[in-house]
Design a protein around this ligand. Structure first.
Ligand code: GDP
Length: 463
C-alpha cells in the first residue's frame, strides 16, 4: 500500500553536469524540511503558493549551494501535496549533498514514479495521463511526443467519460427496474436499450480501432536482420545507422546480448536487431544462439532477409529462410556494388525463385556504398504499414489500455446478445457492470495495486 502521509524527495533531473539540477520534495512535511535547509530573506513557511525564492541551502554551518526554491502549496501542485523544488547547480556532487541533507532533515527517498503516482492517487490526473507522463519523457520521435502530450491533456479519457455516464444511466434504469414493482418504473424498451448499447459499443470500437499506422508512430517498428553468415548483416546494420545521423540511445529494458539500435526513420522509431550478433561458434552454445535468434524473430514486426546478391541462392540461404517462416519480409539483395554480370531484373527473379518469397518486396542495396538504403528504409515503413505522418494523430492506446477497452466491448457485446435473446434484466445489469468496471480500470479507478505498481515501477526515480 502506498503511504501518503510521509514526505518524499528525489533528484528530478538526469545525473551529470548541467546548468541546473532539480531536487523535489513532496508531502505534508515538504515545506518544513525545506525550511530547515533554506536560508533566504523570506521564510518559506509564511510564503504563499507559486512563489520563487533565492537563497542558500545550509546544513549546520555549511553552505551546500546557491539555489532558487519553487514553492507550491497543496492542492495546486504536481502531486496535489505541498511541493518544494530546489533548482541547484547541476553537478552530481551538489545534488548528492542536497539530497542527503533532505533525507537527514526528515524526507524519505521516493520510489520510482512516486511523484506521478501521488498525483494520480490525489486525483490530479487519471491513469492514462500518468502513463502519458512516462511516454512523454521516453518519446524518441516528434510524433511520439505529440501523442503523449495529447494523452497527457486527457485525449484518451475525454471521449470515454460521456459513454461511462450513459452506461451508468442505463444501469441505474435496469437496477431500478429490478428493485421495484414493474409498473412503478417507466419501462425502458428493449429496442431503446439495444440502440443505446449499440451506439456505445460503436463509439468504443472507434477508440480501440485506431489505424495500425498510428500505432507504429507510437510504438515504432522492430526489424530483425537475418541471413547466412557473410551475407552482410552487420555491414547493413552499421550502414543503416550511419545513414541516419540521429541515432537514439539504447532502448531501455533490452538485453545487452542482442545487438540492437534505434533510429528515427522518416519520423518513425525504427529498431534494428542484428542477428549476426547472436551467432555462436561453439557447439555448446549453438542452441542458445539459435534460441535468441528465434526470440529476435518473434519480437520483430518485419524481417530484412539479407543475401549476397552475387553468390546464390545457396542452400545456406534456404536453411535460414526456413526459420523466418511467413513473417513480413523484405528480400535484401546486398553487395550490389559487386554485381557486374546479369541485368538486375533477372538477378531479382533468380533470387525470388530460389527462396520462398516470390511475392516479397525486393531491395537492391550495397551496405558498402550505401546504395539503396533510403529506399530500403521507405520499403520497411510501407511494409510495416506506416503511411504519412499523421497531422492529427488521434488516440493511440497502449497495450494495457487496449485490453481494458476490448474487455468493455466484449461485455457490451454479450449484453447486446442478451437483449436480443430476451435474457432477464439482472443478467444484462451484470454485463453493464463489467463494462463499466473495465472502463474504470482503463482510467485507473479501482485499478488493482499490482497494476499500478507495474506501471509506476517503469518510471525513473524523481518522476
Ligand atoms: P554478416 O556475417 O552477415 O554479418 O556479414 P558482414 O557484415 O560481416 O559482411 C561479410 C563480408 O562482406 C565483409 O567482408 C564485408 O565487408 C562484406 N560486405 C558486406 N556488405 C557488402 C557490400 O555491400 N559490398 C561489398 N562489396 N562487400 C560487402
Amino acid at each position: 500500500m502506498l503511504i501518503l502521509d510521509d514526505t518524499i524527495t528525489a533528484i528530478a533531473t538526469p545525473l551529470g553536469a548541467g546548468g541546473l539540477g532539480v531536487i523535489r520534495l513532496s508531502g505534508t512535511q515538504a515545506i518544513e524540511v525545506a525550511s530547515l535547509l533554506f536560508q533566504g530573506p523570506p521564510s518559506l513557511k509564511n510564503s504563499p503558493s507559486h512563489t520563487l525564492h533565492h537563497g542558500v541551502l545550509k546544513e549546520g554551518t555549511e553552505i551546500l549551494d546557491d539555489v532558487v526554491v519553487g514553492l507550491f502549496r497543496a492542492p495546486r501542485s504536481y502531486t496535489g501535496e505541498d511541493v518544494v523544488e530546489f533548482s541547484c547547480h547541476g553537478g552530481a556532487q551538489v545534488l548528492r549533498r542536497v539530497l542527503e541533507s533532505c533525507l537527514r532533515a526528515g524526507a524519505r527517498m521516493a520510489d520510482p514514479g512516486e511523484f506521478t503516482r501521488r498525483a494520480f492517487v490525489n486525483g490530479k490526473m487519471d491513469l492514462t495521463q500518468a502513463e502519458a507522463v512516462g511516454d512523454l519523457i521516453a518519446a524518441r520521435s516528434d510524433a511520439q511526443r505529440r501523442l503523449a502530450l495529447d494523452a497527457l491533456h486527457g485525449k484518451i479519457t475525454r471521449p470515454i467519460q460521456p459513454l461511462r455516464d450513459k452506461l451508468l444511466h442505463l444501469l441505474a434504469h435496469l437496477e431500478a427496474h429490478l428493485d421495484f414493482v414493474e409498473d412503478e418504473i417507466p419501462d425502458l424498451s428493449r429496442a431503446g436499450l439495444r440502440d443505446e448499447l449499440r451506439f456505445t459499443r460503436e463509439a468504443l470500437e472507434t477508440l480501440v480501432g485506431t489505424p495500425g499506422r498510428h500505432r507504429l508512430w507510437r510504438e515504432g517498428v522492430r526489424v530483425a536482420i537475418v541471413g547466412r553468415p557473410n551475407a552482410g548483416k552487420s555491414s547493413l546494420f552499421n550502414a543503416f545507422l550511419q545513414e541516419n545521423r540521429a541515432i537514439v540511445a539504447a532502448v531501455p529494458g533490452t538485453t545487452r546480448d542482442t545487438l540492437e539500435e534505434s533510429v528515427v526513420w522518416d519520423g518513425v522509431p525504427l529498431t534494428l536487431v542484428d542477428t549476426a550478433g547472436l551467432r555462436e561458434t561453439d557447439d555448446r552454445v549453438e542452441k542458445e544462439g539459435a534460441d535468441r535468434a528465434r526470440q529476435a524473430l518473434a519480437g520483430a514486426n518485419l524481417i530484412f532477409f539479407v543475401v549476397d546478391a552475387e553468390n546464390g541462392p545457396r542452400s545456406e540461404d534456404r536453411e535460414v529462410a526456413k526459420t523466418v517462416g511467413d513473417r513480413p519480409t523484405i528480400l535484401v539483395l546486398n553487395k550490389i556494388d559487386r554485381v557486374t554480370g546479369p541485368p538486375l531484373a533477372s538477378l531479382e527473379s533468380r533470387w525470388r525463385r530460389g527462396l520462398p518469397w516470390e511475392e516479397a518486396p525486393v531491395s537492391l542495396v550495397s551496405a558498402r556504398t550505401s546504395i539503396g538504403l533510403r529506399e530500403l528504409g521507405r520499403a520497411a515503413l510501407r511494409l510495416a504499414g506506416a503511411g504519412e505522418e499523421p497531422h492529427e494523430p488521434g488516440i493511440v492506446l497502449n497495450a494495457r489500455q487496449g485490453e481494458r477497452l476490448r474487455e468493455a466491448i466484449d461485455a457490451l457485446s454479450r449484453a447486446l446478445t442478451g437483449v436480443d435473446a430476451g435474457v432477464p434484466e439482472e443478467a444484462l445489469a451484470i454485463e453493464l457492470r463489467l463494462t463499466l468496471g473495465a472502463l474504470n480500470n482503463l482510467t485507473g479507478q479501482g485499478a488493482p495495486e499490482e497494476v499500478l505498481d507495474a506501471i509506476f515501477s517503469r518510471f525513473c526515480v524523481g518522476k
